[in-house]
Ligand binder design. Structure first.
Ligand code: SF4
Ligand code: SF4
Length: 465
């Protein structure tokens, strides 16, 4: 018997992508040096190792949050070439569209180095109302009553018929609508803000907001537009339009600001949600600064280790796509945030949460929230600050739990060719809907389909860097 043990634990296998040729290759999942590593083996390009998590226990926990996916009502493609080349959605996809995205224009008024869409001024291509109708028809055929739709652009506020599109979607079965924007028009055009204000029920602005530091913003966006962001937020606050701050996180650039950004967000009554997204290495940043990859687990640990009420039990895998989405729910009242997620028993989350990112609207979850804010729940949570809980109990119990009291933090990690996992991609629940009648997982669209579709539409030259 050999006396030598291997310096790692071989935990499992999956398929990933060769980072050179993008072919599907087998990947061993190794626990090595307290990290989770994909060891990929391409017969042509050799062995490549990639860190996919810095937290082995959380990696394993994600597997405990798996639940059966929801079937789309209709699939748009057949299984012909094998995943990920049959998008989509093909019948092999295991999850419905929790969050659908319509890219309504290719143009942007910025040129960010981290742009996964490689957008810039001059690309134009505003989708026609007929194309929007087709996208809506495709989504509704797949989802019946879609939970969440995001209008994106690249910069959607440049679309000349944006308000018409918003009204059309609000009159459709879509339950909740988001506008994904860099905020420039919201900062500069008060008439536009007034128009948005009229639509604010079940509507939300998804506002790019990665840093409070001017040099950092310049690094991430090639332009210090912090004042524009502040102005946009001020206008949204005045109009009390529900807002999510979206923070793209790059290692050694703004990962030291994660808690500061959360703290900042809590100061605005319009801000209900902060989303952190590790940079996805596609589009303009595809092969650059690759040493600076950050994983979901590192962002999660930054939040937990900061001096705040968030514990490891509060930042949980979201059952619809646990490996790639981590969620924290809290109740915000009088500028104080009470963590809630860690108090919901795992069985409750798995049974009632449903495959949706907005599970606070689920009646059973609401009941569970109330139940947990009871003396029984407090006694079970002896490690929590009991005094604070008791002080808050009467206020929370006598108040209806509605959307405005819910504060969420989400870490949403989109795979790229480095951490791609064939097992996980089938569970991807953030999807682009295209006028060609197809629905694409966010990751595969950015890696395999976006450029082909644009080339097909005759836009190839415009996309040259
Ligand atoms: S990613 Fe999903 S939709 Fe695309 S080929 Fe794989 S299973 Fe099908
Ligand atoms: S990241 Fe957003 S704001 Fe920046 S260029 Fe791309 S679409 Fe425009």
């Amino acid at each position: 018997m050999s006396s030598q043990a291997r310096p790692y634990l071989f935990y499992w296998m999956t398929y990933s992508l060769c980072t050179t040729c993008l072919k599907n290759v087998p990947a061993k999942i190794l626990f090595k040096n307290d990290k989770v590593i994909y060891q990929k083996n391409c017969l042509e390009h050799g062995i490549h190792e990639e860190v996919v998590s810095t937290d082995i226990e959380y990696f394993k926990l994600c597997k405990e949050y798996l639940k059966p996916g929801d079937m789309p009502d209709k699939f748009q493609t057949q299984i012909n070439h094998g995943c990920p080349h049959d998008c989509g959605l093909c019948p092999d996809h295991e999850q419905h569209s929790c969050l659908a995205i319509f890219e309504i224009i290719d143009e942007c008024n910025m040129t960010c180095p981290v742009c996964f869409a490689n957008s810039k001024p001059g690309l134009g291509n505003a989708k026609s109302m007929e194309q929007i109708d087709k996208m809506l028809e495709t989504l509704i055929a797949s989802e019946w009553e879609p939970d969440l739709l995001q209008l994106s652009g690249w910069e959607p506020t440049l679309h000349p018929q944006l308000m018409e599109i918003i009204r059309k979607i609000k009159a459709s079965p879509v339950r909740h609508l988001m506008l994904n924007t860099n905020g420039i028009r919201i900062a500069e055009d008060l008439d536009f803000v007034k128009e948005l204000e009229k639509e604010k029920k079940w509507f939300e602005v998804y506002l790019q907001f990665d840093s409070l530091n001017r040099d950092t913003i310049k690094h991430l966006r090639w332009w210090d537009y912090l004042d524009v962001r502040f102005k946009a937020l001020e206008n949204l606050e005045k109009a009390w339009i529900s807002t999510t701050l979206v923070c793209v996180i790059q290692k050694n650039v703004n990962d030291n600001e994660i808690w500061e950004l959360i703290d900042f967000a809590t100061k605005y009554k319009c801000v209900r949600w902060v989303t952190f997204q590790p940079v996805e290495y596609v589009g303009r940043i595809k092969d650059k600064e690759i040493k600076e990859r950050i994983t979901l687990s590192e962002i999660r640990n930054e939040i937990i280790k900061a001096n705040n009420p968030f514990g490891a039990n509060d930042m949980l895998p979201l059952p619809c796509h646990p490996e790639n989405i981590c969620i924290w729910y809290g109740i915000k009242k009088d500028w104080v945030i009470q963590p809630v997620t860690g108090m919901i028993p795992k069985e409750v989350l798995l049974e009632w949460a449903g495959n949706t990112i907005t599970f606070e609207r689920n009646e059973e979850i609401k009941k569970a929230f109330y139940k947990l804010y009871s003396l029984d729940a407090c006694s079970e949570k002896t490690t929590k600050n009991l005094w604070t809980m008791l002080c808050c109990l009467p206020k929370i119990i006598t108040q209806n739990l509605d959307y405005t009291n819910v504060f969420r933090i989400i870490i949403m990690s989109f795979m790229d060719k480095y951490d791609f996992d064939l097992w996980s991609i089938k569970r991807s629940c953030v999807h682009f809907v295209e006028p060609n009648g197809k629905i694409y997982p966010f990751e595969t669209f950015n890696m395999f389909y976006r450029d082909k579709i644009k080339a097909f539409n005759g836009l190839k030259d415009k996309f040259k860097k």
